[in-house]
Design a protein around this ligand. Structure first.
Ligand code: ZN
Ligand code: ZN
Length: 330
């Protein structure tokens, strides 16, 4: 186990670079969507962020998840080490529980306004490709690691399980953000066992109903079990707008802007955001949409659709072209 621990940085770096290279080639060979932003801007800034994140993480914690799991095994800490669970069972259960924890943590980062300020930076990428999967604010990375360390200490998972989980999560994050065109039947089959790019792209839609869905990074089952699954974007994968409404300029894609983004503007668009929907505004907006949409508003679902669109637009500075015709004076 000490050998694995000593080789962990090399194992993980090799796996990361191999999967990143494979996805980059795949994106060139079979892209799913047309690129709007030159690759050089996004790739250089997203990759610079990875270097900053890794340095801050290594400097901030004396021990990371795999190291803590090995220490817990040696000292007999945590549930699986106390009950001496069979190794295979402990590996499988540990990986499942770690993945569930990542799902729940992701939901929490969408629901709590202060945490959404950090996590929305991941969503503010204006194109969606493998490097989007690496784009997380360093403070979000630190909070994630603290949660993971607490879980590892309580659970006492085998070190191998944590190492495997970290490598697989890193690889699937690159895969499910990749701008690759999987044949539809393959996607339909594959998304029963892993989150596919088409499934996760829905989560990067500018439409808040879609942003606040498909939280899984690895296993797709949690979204289906918890009722947060949305199969496809309403406007289709080619027609949908990627990103959030607050940060839509090319300058916002630079790493210095990414780092200060949590401090800029209101925390609008999080999963619990109803700030734009006071009773008065709800009525006046309802009337406005009634005029704009004509007979469509007689259907029950349309009112829900209207309120969500408007909730997502609170604090919006640059209305996207796709919804600009419903201007409401924000
Ligand atoms: Zn998210
Ligand atoms: Zn994502």
């Amino acid at each position: 186990m000490d050998i694995i621990l000593a080789a962990e940085p090399e194992i993980r770096l090799t796996a990361f670079l191999s999967v990143l290279a494979a996805m980059a080639l795949w994106e060139l060979a079979a892209p799913r969507r047309r690129r709007d932003i030159p690759r050089v801007i996004r790739w250089s800034n997203n990759l610079a962020l990875v270097v900053i994140d890794t340095a801050i993480l290594r400097l901030s914690f004396p021990i990371l998840a795999v190291g803590l799991a090995v220490l817990a095994e040696e000292r007999g800490w945590g549930l699986f080490n106390i009950i001496e669970a069979p190794f295979g069972l402990a590996v499988i259960l540990s990986m499942l529980l770690l993945d569930l924890a990542i799902y729940l943590q992701h939901v929490m980062f969408h629901a709590v306004p202060a945490l959404w300020r950090l996590h929305r930076m991941h969503h503010a990428d204006l194109d969606f490709d493998a490097t989007t999967g690496l784009r997380f604010h360093p403070i979000e990375i630190l909070i994630s690691m603290a949660i993971k360390l607490a879980l590892v200490a309580a659970l006492g998972p085998p070190g191998v399980a944590v190492l495997l989980f970290e490598i697989i999560l890193n690889a699937t994050a690159l895969f499910n953000h990749a701008n690759i065109n999987l044949p539809r039947p393959v996607d339909r089959w594959l998304r029963w066992i892993v989150v596919t790019p088409d499934m996760h792209r829905v989560h990067h839609s500018v439409d808040p109903r879609e942003t606040n869905s498909n939280y899984g990074f690895n296993l797709p089952w949690w979204d289906r079990l918890m009722g947060t699954y949305v199969a496809q974007p309403a406007k289709g994968h080619e027609g949908m707008t990627i990103g959030i409404e607050q940060f839509r300029t090319t300058r916002d894609l630079w790493v210095d802007r990414m780092l200060i983004q949590p401090l800029r503007g209101p925390a609008s668009g999080h999963a619990l955001d109803t700030s734009a929907l006071t009773p008065t505004s709800r009525n006046s907006l309802w009337t406005l949409e009634n005029t704009v949409l004509g007979s469509r508003v007689t259907q029950k679902g349309t009112h829900d659709e209207t309120t969500y669109v408007l909730a997502g637009r609170s604090g919006c500075h640059t209305p996207p072209a796709s919804t600009g015709q419903h201007g409401t004076g924000h």
